[in-house]
Design a protein around this ligand. Structure first.
Ligand code: 2IT
Length: 448
């Protein structure tokens, strides 16, 4: 049995109830064969066995009191996956679907993504099954304070720096930071990123994931002689990432024609532009979590219970919502519709393995999320740097760095795919390029 097959089998046996985690482990390890199956250095050092086991994982009770005075209890998590190249870094997700499998999948992915940025950040992820939908501001604050009252023990500017993810935006980071500062009794701004501009946040962080995804796409387009200008995009989601994507695509002369929410999708053939983009922010802060509101306001098509994949004519599909939203049936519909040949994954692992296989067999190019969405965590790392030097950089400086980082990532994964004999397979290219730096650092540091 090959090294990769053995470690996959052992990981499956050890984590039988963690489907999302096993999905990413299988995908990543299978693509590392060109490195680890031909050089027994990795097996002798137990690199893969160590990579799939988080350095530390904490699960904790988060008790809080709701507006009716009732005691509620949620579950909190922080998984510190890998610190070979830097302090753990990765977001916090507050969503009812959160469980240990989801957090481990995100933390494992984050290790490779963070390596791709070229910045010194390890991988981690955390969150809670807390549902922010319909909660009052006071409830959100009390929840965040309770969450941090346990989490503070494990984080710090040189230990672990959490940030936002689904359900955790500027407001939540503010409440989390306030409580952290109060407990620690010192101003350690670098312990959290995604902070507000008045207390150590970085210009450009809120746009970074969306803008970075478009810069990355633009660099890929250049390599195939295409332009954002005049290109039509179908995207999902309507959160922070979708907002950044809409803004940058519009700025570069492209057009986004769909959005989606848990309730369905909208189709706006004129494009999501101008004040319609601002309206996304309003929709999000309404806490209703419904994309129908957009259709009502702008009088466009609304399709309840559906996603846009294969249902609209667009050049590029860009999932920006959550994991596993493109299944085999969606891939079949995309192929039958026939127009779209490029899938740009923006949300983490939006495509199931079956759908990936089917699309790739039929010559659809997939740009993988761990490369495409790395701009978010990259600017988070720039925020840590600014905090460490007690300075803040101009918006132009941050944007310049973000562009450089995203364009480099594209070339690095493109080169890795080429070098290891799978040209154009950007999924493998990203895993191989991300693995190189992490495994070099692990080898150098001995068994730890
Ligand atoms: O998935 C991600 O990369 C994020 N949610 C951002 C993490 C970060 O530390 O900024």
């Amino acid at each position: 049995m090959s090294y990769v097959d053995r470690v996959i089998a052992e990981t499956e046996a050890k984590n039988p109830n963690q489907p999302e985690f096993l999905q990413t482990v299988r995908e990543v390890l299978n693509s590392l064969r060109p490195i680890v199956d031909f050089d027994d250095t990795y097996e002798r050092a137990g690199i893969l066995e160590r990579l799939v086991e988080p350095e530390k994982a904490v699960m904790f009770r988060v008790p809080w009191v709701d507006d009716e005075g009732k005691v509620r209890v949620n579950r909190g998590y922080r998984v510190q996956f890998n610190s070979a190249i830097g302090p753990y870094k990765g977001g916090l997700r507050f969503h009812p679907s959160v469980n240990i499998s989801i957090i481990k999948f995100l933390g494992f992915e984050q290790t490779f993504k963070n390596s791709l940025t070229g910045l010194p950040i390890g991988g981690g992820k955390g969150g809670s099954d807390f549902d922010p939908k319909g909660k009052s501001d006071g409830e959100i604050m009390r929840f965040c304070q309770s969450f941090m009252t346990e989490l503070y023990r494990y984080i710090g500017p040189d230990t672990d720096c959490p940030a936002g993810d689904i359900g955790v935006g500027a407001r939540e980071i503010g409440y989390l930071y306030g409580q952290y500062k109060r407990i620690r009794g010192s101003y350690e701004a670098g312990a959290l990123s995604g902070k507000g501009l008045s207390y150590g946040g970085s210009l450009g962080r809120s746009e970074a994931t969306g803008f970075g995804a478009v810069y990355f796409t633009d660099e890929f387009f250049k390599s195939i002689g295409k332009e954002i200008k005049g290109t039509t995009f179908a995207i999902s989601g309507f959160g922070n990432v979708s907002w950044g994507v809409c803004r940058k695509i519009h700025e570069l002369g492209g057009k986004v024609v769909t959005l989606s929410g848990p309730d369905g999708y909208i189709y706006d053939p004129d494009g999501i532009t101008g004040d319609k983009i601002d309206y996304l922010v309003e929709m999000r802060s309404s806490n209703r979590d419904m994309v129908k509101d957009y259709a009502d306001k702008y009088n466009v098509e609304y399709h309840p219970g559906e996603k846009p994949w294969g249902r609209v004519n667009a050049d590029i599909y860009m999932p920006c919502a959550t994991q596993n939203e493109i299944h085999k049936e969606d891939a079949e519909r995309i192929l039958a519709e026939g127009h779209c040949k490029i899938l740009v994954e923006v949300s983490n692992m939006p495509t199931t393995q079956e759908a990936v296989d089917l699309l790739m067999e039929n010559n659809v190019t997939i740009l993988p999320s761990k490369a495409v969405n790395a701009g978010g965590v990259a600017v988070s790392a720039l925020e840590m740097s600014q905090n460490a030097e007690h300075l803040s950089w101009s918006a132009e400086e941050v944007d310049k760095q973000l562009q450089r980082i995203m364009r480099n990532i594209f070339h690095n994964i493109d080169d890795a795919a080429e070098f290891y004999g799978c040209p154009g397979n950007y999924i493998s290219g990203a895993n191989l390029a991300g693995f190189q730096k992490v495994s070099d650092a692990m080898l150098a540091q001995g068994v730890c």
